[in-house]
Design a protein around this ligand. Structure first.
Ligand SMILES: [Zn+2]
Ligand SMILES: [Zn+2]
Length: 429
């Protein structure tokens, strides 16, 4: 203890002498400087050019102040007010079919003051009006990114090829409920024949609702004649992409052969929207047929009263192609759909299906024959994983005794996790 105390004293003495050595007279403060301030007036920012706040600069020391008394020093950067950027608001004249986009900051900024047409094509800041959706899509050049705004109801009378390299968004005019009617009679004897859009190699198409309003694709509601084909097709090179977002309604489409709504050998992403009252006669999948290495991801949406009663597979049929088609359902509401061999999903041995969520209620795996074994809401073959979702009240319909939410056929690798709520309504015998 004594030793520690003496070491402490030695250090203290050393420190004191060090401080004493360093003691020198303070430098004289610079003589008080009276700033000579000059004001820079406010310059309002415009859409394209930055402005500035009012500030004062000393002509002697060049310091900048935010006040006339030179109290609060700021930097040159602090004086800058960033450019506003244009804020174009869509305005539509329904009498003349003219659309103008007027800047909310400055009404003299008008993107186009007289674009005539039911359909408006926007590429960059160039806007052109067309009378038909066909003409607007045809005007999009290779490698272009374009937005097509459908101002008023139109009817498509010949199916539209979207060639590779194009990226096209089709939407309704803001605030309007707009309908694109399928007026195409496509009698080509090919499953791949489309009635509205054929999304070719590397083309990307997004169908989306605008900030308000809706975009409806209206199919024909009835009849097996004339022959009708799939509404949207992505051909077999697996390179096309179709994205469907909220605000889109696809309804009443009838396909006499092929898929009901989408034939998918590419990439389909459904983030929302409503698919209702679509049907397929002798084809597969009332909404989507997946082939080759095609993939579909369902992140949301409402699927209601779609019918594939005479086909194998309800809403989604995942083929047996060697490419291993992939269907992933993350969310969505699936209700009142009907289909032989799986009212919602029908998958084959080479397919990969994952259900992570969604509500599957009141779907009917319909089969009027005595063979009830292969009917259910979800009919699984291949690699089938269910990690979540709620399955209740799905039945096999008339003429049958057996009821299943999920039916597993061989060959299959099926994984059902704890996150799934599945109501097993009958024995699998
Ligand atoms: Zn100064
Ligand atoms: Zn502007």
């Amino acid at each position: 203890m004594k030793k520690a105390l003496s070491i402490f004293l030695v250090i203290l003495i050393a420190l004191c002498s060090f401080v004493a050595c360093k003691h020198e007279p303070e430098p004289e403060p610079a003589p008080a400087h009276t700033h000579t301030l000059q004001k820079t007036d406010v310059v309002a920012a415009t859409c394209t050019e930055a402005g500035n706040i009012a500030y004062w600069t000393c002509s002697e020391c060049n310091k900048i102040f935010s006040d006339a008394t030179g109290t609060t020093e700021i930097s040159q950067a602090d004086t800058v007010v960033a450019a506003l950027n244009h804020d174009y608001v869509e305005a539509y004249d329904s009498t003349n079919h003219t659309t103008t986009w007027v800047c909310s900051h400055n009404s003299s900024h008008v993107l186009h003051d007289a674009v005539v047409g039911q359909v408006l094509l926007t590429v960059g800041e160039t806007m052109t009006g067309y009378e038909t959706l066909e003409a607007a899509v045809a005007a999009v050049e290779a490698e272009a990114t374009a937005v097509i705004t459908v101002n008023e109801d139109v009817t498509v009378t010949s199916y539209i090829n979207v060639s590779g390299g194009r990226n096209i968004t089709i939407r309704n005019r803001a605030g309007a409920d707009v309908t694109i009617t399928d007026g195409v009679t496509n009698t080509e004897p090919k499953h791949s024949a489309a009635t509205i859009l054929n999304i070719q190699s590397t083309a990307q198409v997004t169908l989306t609702g605008n900030t308000t309003g809706s975009l409806t694709f209206q199919g024909v509601v009835t009849a097996s004649t004339p022959a009708k084909r799939t509404m949207f097709t992505l051909p077999q090179d697996n390179a096309g992409q179709l994205t469907i977002n909220n605000g889109v309604i696809v309804q009443g489409h009838y396909s006499s052969n092929g898929a009901g709504v989408i034939r998918d050998y590419g990439t389909v992403i459904i983030n929302g929207g409503t698919f209702k009252d679509n049907a397929v006669a002798s084809g597969n999948g009332s909404v989507i047929f997946l082939g080759g290495a095609g993939s579909a991801t369902i992140n949301g949406g409402t699927f209601q009263n779609n019918n594939a009663n005479n086909s194998n597979g309800g809403l989604f049929q995942v083929s047996n192609d060697a490419g291993h088609s992939t269907l992933t359902i993350n969310d969505g509401t699936f209700t009142g759909n009907a289909g032989k061999l799986g009212a919602v999903v029908n998958s084959y041995a080479n397919s990969v299906v994952t259900i992570n969520g969604g509500t599957f209620t009141g779907n009917k795996g319909y089969n009027s024959t005595a063979d009830a074994n292969h009917t259910a809401a979800v009919y699984c073959q291949g690699t089938f994983t269910i990690t979540g979702g709620t399955f209740t009240g799905n039945t096999t319909g008339e003429g049958t005794k057996l009821l299943y939410d999920v039916y597993v056929n061989t060959p299959a690798t099926v994984t059902i996790g704890d996150g799934a709520t599945i109501e097993v309504l009958g024995p699998a015998t």
